[in-house]
Every structure is written in C-alpha cells, then in structure tokens.
Ligand binder design. Structure first.
Ligand SMILES: [Zn+2]
Length: 163
C-alpha cells in the first residue's frame, strides 16, 4: 500500500498533479477498487499503483489538465470531443436506432407477406364464377362447376366473367 505522494514521487510528478490526474474520470473509476482510506489518507495497493504507472507511461504528464472537467482519462484521448463531432456521434446513434427499428418493421412485414402467401396457397379453390362451389383440383384442371357450369380451364380463368 502506498500513498498518492509516494507514487507521485516514484513517477516524478507532484502529488497535486497526480491527484488531479486520478481525481476524476475513467482512471479514478478503474482505480477505485484499489484505493482505501485510512485516517483521512488515501492508500493505493499494488494493482492500483500499476494502473497509475501504466497510465503515465501511456500518456506522460505534460501540463496541468484544464479545469473544464473534460479529462477523458488514460485512453490517450485527452482532448475534448469537438461539439460538431459530438453532434455527429449523437446523430449516428439516432440513425442506428432508426435502422434497427426499420429492420424490425421489415422483418415484421416480411413475416406478414409470407403468412399471406401461405394463406393464398392453402386457400380453397372456390369457383371464381359463382364463388360457391369448391373445386378439389388446382385451377386449370378443366373441372366443371356443378352449380354454374363454369369450366375451370386456363382461358376461362382468364375471362372469368364469361360463365
Ligand atoms: Zn361456379
């Protein structure tokens, strides 16, 4: 267990600089399981110490971070995302959501289409002329309707009003 001061000395930065660095942002989130407070002093265990040192290796401390609270932490992305980029990122997220919604609706209408086709395929072959008699043969089988005498052949089907 080491204090922030001890680790700062080992890295070669001031305690204040180190505190500022880990005080907020993703580094603090990563470190928090390894920090314990004893008598008002923060102690960082060996795992936490390695995280801090690794962070300084990845991104050497050059100058004090600005005070706007935008320190992105240790992932190398220390600059604030420009508002126009952030706006684009937000828009992309919205578009992603919209595409997901559209895909969902597309899948739904495809399913409905398949169901409708199935229904047509399995629907009984009623006489197109009187609509009462149910032919037990597929359309165009020259079956003659016993009710209206309509002949179920290709040309009659084409001119179904002629019966
Ligand atoms: Zn008929």
């Amino acid at each position: 267990m080491k204090t922030i001061k001890m680790i700062a000395d080992e890295i070669g930065v001031t305690k204040a600089a180190l505190q500022k660095r880990i005080g907020r942002g993703s580094l603090y989130t990563r470190l928090s399981p390894y920090i314990s407070v004893q008598a008002g002093t923060k102690y960082i265990d060996e795992t936490g110490e390695n995280i801090v040192k690794q962070s300084f290796q990845e991104k050497p401390f050059v100058k004090p971070v600005d005070t706007t609270g935008t320190d992105a932490g240790i992932d190398g992305n220390t600059r604030e995302t420009p508002p126009e980029i952030q706006a684009l990122i937000n828009q992309l997220a919205i578009k992603d959501k919209q595409i997901d919604d559209l895909n969902l609706r597309l899948a739904e209408s495809n399913a409905a289409l398949v169901a409708a086709q199935k229904k047509i395929m399995t629907e009984k072959n009623f006489c197109p002329c009187c609509g009462i008699y149910e032919h037990d043969t597929p359309p165009g089988s020259d079956d003659i309707c016993p009710i209206c005498k309509w002949e179920d052949n290709g040309s009659m089907l084409k001119y179904r009003t002629v019966c």
